[in-house]
Design a binder for this molecule. Structure first.
Ligand SMILES: [Cu+2]
Length: 234
């Protein structure tokens, strides 16, 4: 059987389209979420090679990252791993920030966590269970999450957009009103970041977002004046 080249092109392109599966993951919850503020939903993801895992930063207010780690060290950035950078979303934004990963290897588990240090009860999000895995295989996600809960430190080193087994399709989508900070990515910009004299520019330098939104305990959610020139307790 013979095909001419145009027929082959159609066949190839349709195969690519059908393989472009998108799996959506919500980043961050709210006070009524089963996992509270500090959760990826779902946190166990199955995504074949070539598919896209779309992280939607739906938690509001929230300030989170999607940072690659490994099974042995759930709350530490792995060398050469991906990192979304800090994405802060205030309440009331109609659109969620978004960051997409393309799966390049579906044979090895891809572990990740959130780097945020300040969560409910002043605990880092990783210790509070804000971890996830893509293509868990024979490993145990509950074991990974349990190890995260007792990790002595939560690594803050910036990663890149190219990771191990998955790489970003590009910089995150940051809607106006959200704030992006990623000192490790020189090409990344922070559209829509705070620019008022009192609030200052989006945070730069080491460890900036921990001075941003704080997902507080109980009723307390504080948007600090450092970012918005106002203090709001929710
Ligand atoms: Cu987080």
């Amino acid at each position: 059987m013979r095909f001419n080249s145009s027929v082959l092109a159609v066949l190839v392109s349709s195969a690519v389209v059908s393989a472009q599966q998108v799996v959506t993951v919500q980043v961050g919850g709210n006070s009524s979420s089963p996992g509270g503020f500090t959760i990826f939903t779902p946190n166990q993801i199955s995504a074949p090679k070539g598919s896209i895992v779309s992280f939607q930063f739906t938690g509001a207010p929230g300030n989170h990252t999607v940072t690659q780690s490994n099974f042995a060290n759930p709350c530490d950035p792995v060398q050469g791993g991906f990192d979304s950078g800090w994405i802060a979303r205030p309440e009331g934004l109609p659109k969620a920030p978004e960051w997409n990963l393309t799966i390049t290897d579906d044979q090895t588990p891809i572990w990740f966590y959130c780097k945020q240090l300040i969560g409910p009860n002043a605990k880092p999000h990783c210790n509070l269970g804000m971890v996830g895995v893509i293509n868990v295989g024979q490993k145990s996600f509950p074991d990974f999450q349990a190890a995260a809960s007792t990790a002595a430190a939560v690594g803050q080193t910036e990663g890149g957009f190219v990771g191990i087994g998955a790489s970003a399709t590009g910089a995150p989508f940051i809607p106006s009103g959200a704030i992006y900070a990623n000192p490790g990515q020189a090409s990344a910009t922070a559209p829509g970041g705070g620019s008022s004299a009192s609030g200052g520019a989006p945070p730069t330098g080491t460890n900036p977002p921990n001075s941003g939104f704080i997902n507080g305990a109980g009723s307390g959610l504080v948007l600090l004046a450092t970012l918005f020139g106002m203090a709001t307790v929710l």
